[in-house]
Design a protein around this ligand. Structure first.
Ligand code: FE
Length: 214
């Protein structure tokens, strides 16, 4: 099985926003697709390790903010590289609220969907939420941020300035999000010595999605 084949599938990139009590949260997601037209339904698939998964399970509500090509790397860092469990994703970030009171990004978004969970499919590592669309709005005509555009134009080149010196323990980079695992920043633990179920702290992809630098 060629892993590269999976990268040929076209994806958009989205910020899924949720609200648990008074806590707003948001995460980057690419696994969103319209599955039926009448009624309009979207399937949203979320890794169970994400705080967002638990919040949707609890509240049944979520918004999809469709990112456009103006979204900067800072937007991906903010919503993609840390957990809402221990941080406020919206601190210092401008947003409004939808009819369902969930957060809506004020910039770099070309459309917004408000969703309500109608059913749930347990996919092991992930949960798929089949959702009714309760509101849909076009915000701008800017092109949607695709995963390919992100890889080519938004994600910093992790190899730039990271030359491995002789005798240094090897750094590994996540091919998905660009996170760099540096043994020097992890008590000298080499990437090879990490447990097999270790996942990328940013995007939660497995060790198999990493490649060595240098
Ligand atoms: Fe990653």
């Amino acid at each position: 099985m060629e892993a590269a084949a999976f990268f040929k599938i076209g994806y958009g990139l989205y910020v899924v926003t949720t609200r648990d009590g008074e806590k707003d949260n948001g995460m980057i997601c690419n696994t969103i697709v319209q599955v039926t037209n009448t009624p309009a339904r979207l399937a949203v698939t979320i890794n169970k390790q994400n705080f967002t998964h638990d919040t949707i399970k609890k509240t049944g509500l979520l918004n999809i903010n469709v990112l456009d090509e103006s979204a900067s790397f800072a937007v991906f860092q903010r919503f993609g590289f840390k957990s809402g469990r221990d941080s406020d994703k919206f601190e210092g970030f401008e947003f409004t609220r939808g009819e369902n009171n969930l957060a809506v990004l004020s910039s770099c978004v070309n459309a917004v969907f408000e969703l309500r969970e109608s059913s749930y499919i347990d996919l092991g590592t992930h949960g798929m939420f089949i959702c009714d669309v309760t509101a849909a709005k076009v915000v701008s005509d800017k092109p949607t941020m695709t995963y390919a555009y992100y890889q080519a134009n938004v994600k910093p080149n992790p190899l730039a300035g990271l030359q491995k010196a002789a005798g240094e323990k090897k750094k590994w980079v996540c091919k998905i999000c660009g996170y760099v695992y540096d043994p020097e920043e992890n008590d000298g633990v080499t990437f090879e010595d990490l447990p097999s179920d270790w996942v990328c702290p940013w995007c939660k992809h497995p060790k198999s999605d990493f490649e060595p630098i240098g």
